[in-house]
Design a protein around this ligand. Structure first.
Ligand code: 3IO
Length: 341
């Protein structure tokens, strides 16, 4: 009898504990959300994902649980937007440069307008989105936006002049791809997640992107040369399935909405610091040479880029956007956020 009593007490206690563990202090059931990302875990889109996860879990006191899927294990780079719309993942992180025609307004931040760093780029993109509310995102809830630091040339061969670049097989996407084409490189488009293999197999001789990948994806092992151009950024969005968003309780929605700007700022600052770290690491560990263009050369490179924005305005206007207004807004926001650091 005593033994049975002990057993019954233990069973009741265990059941009670189980119920407690599954519930938040407010008594609501825990909400579980799957978050897909395309590149490997050490890269910045995944680092910001883990940061966002811990912020959301802490600020909702455990009411929301975020299950993260880095490395394309749930959705790949080009499937991200449609996969989230279809509900294959609740949340997804996408690089808008991989579908330039689809995200006209937000991809305008990757025009050569002089965004100096990731912090500025991320705030500019966040404010641009708020002002324009682009229809490309009508079928999702946008949780956060950010950009990379400006792109530079990472290559197996030394690039000091435009002649050196001519015909070289280099990888870039979206706005950055337009820059490479204008400079006369043989631009090859593919997501960052496909680049390590392409570099190793010799499909490309290098890439044009932000420099933290020299360390995070070990590109310093292949690319002994960096040409510093600090040209354009890549824009990213974190989007959520609309039905899953609408089903969230109001207090959770508020937590996520309040995090949006904070997340842009956190990611921007993280990226800018991490680029510096990766540059030092590449020099020290792999003896990478960093070439700065001399002023005359730099001017020649930049001169070639001038028509890109004008052409984009024409193309955007043909598609029914106020291209000039979008460019002016971005310029104003760069001034604003470039100064408030
Ligand atoms: C990027 C994408 C995934 C992981 C790390 C990254 N660093 C810069 C980018 C920008 C980008 O999407 C690209 O394709 O260069």
């Amino acid at each position: 009898m005593k033994r049975f009593k002990t057993f019954a007490t233990t069973a009741i206690m265990t059941a009670f504990l189980a119920v407690l563990l599954c519930q938040s202090p407010a008594g609501a059931k825990s909400i579980s959300l799957n978050y897909a990302n395309f590149p490997p875990a050490p890269t910045f889109p995944c680092v910001q994902m883990e940061q966002w996860k811990s912020e959301v879990e802490a600020k909702t006191q455990g009411k929301v649980r975020i299950n993260t899927f880095p490395g394309g294990t749930l959705l790949g780079a080009r499937d991200m937007m449609d996969g989230v719309i279809a509900g294959q993942a609740d949340i997804g992180c996408l690089c808008m440069a991989y579908q330039p025609g689809r995200f006209m307004v937000t991809n305008a931040v990757s025009l050569p307008l002089g965004i100096p760093d990731s912090r500025t780029g991320s705030l500019v993109l966040t404010d641009l989105f708020k002002k324009e509310n682009p229809r490309a995102f009508n079928k999702v809830k946008v949780l956060a936006l950010f950009t990379t630091a400006p792109a530079n040339i990472m290559s197996r061969k030394r690039v000091a002049t435009l002649q050196d670049l001519s015909g070289m097989d280099l990888r870039a996407s979206g706005g950055a791809a337009e820059i490479l084409k204008t400079w006369g490189a043989n631009q090859i488009g593919m997501p960052m997640s496909a680049t390590p293999e392409a570099l190793q197999k010799g499909v490309v001789q290098g890439l044009f992107s932000s420099l933290e990948v020299m360390k995070d994806l070990k590109f310093a092992e292949e690319c002994s040369y960096v040409t510093v151009t600090n040209t354009v950024v890549y824009p990213f969005a974190v989007v959520m399935n609309l039905d899953r968003w609408n089903a969230l309780p109001d207090d959770v929605k508020t937590v996520m909405e309040n995090l949006s700007r904070e997340q842009a700022l956190w990611t921007g600052i993280y990226m800018d610091n991490h680029v510096k770290e990766a540059v030092e690491w590449s020099k020290k560990t792999h003896n990478v040479e960093f070439l700065e263009l001399d002023p005359a050369n730099s001017q020649a490179w930049n001169q070639t880029l001038l028509p890109i924005t004008e052409k984009w305005i024409e193309k955007a206007s043909a598609k029914g956007f106020d291209g000039k207004n979008i460019v002016d807004t971005i310029k104003t926001l760069i001034q604003k956020h470039g100064q408030d650091s």
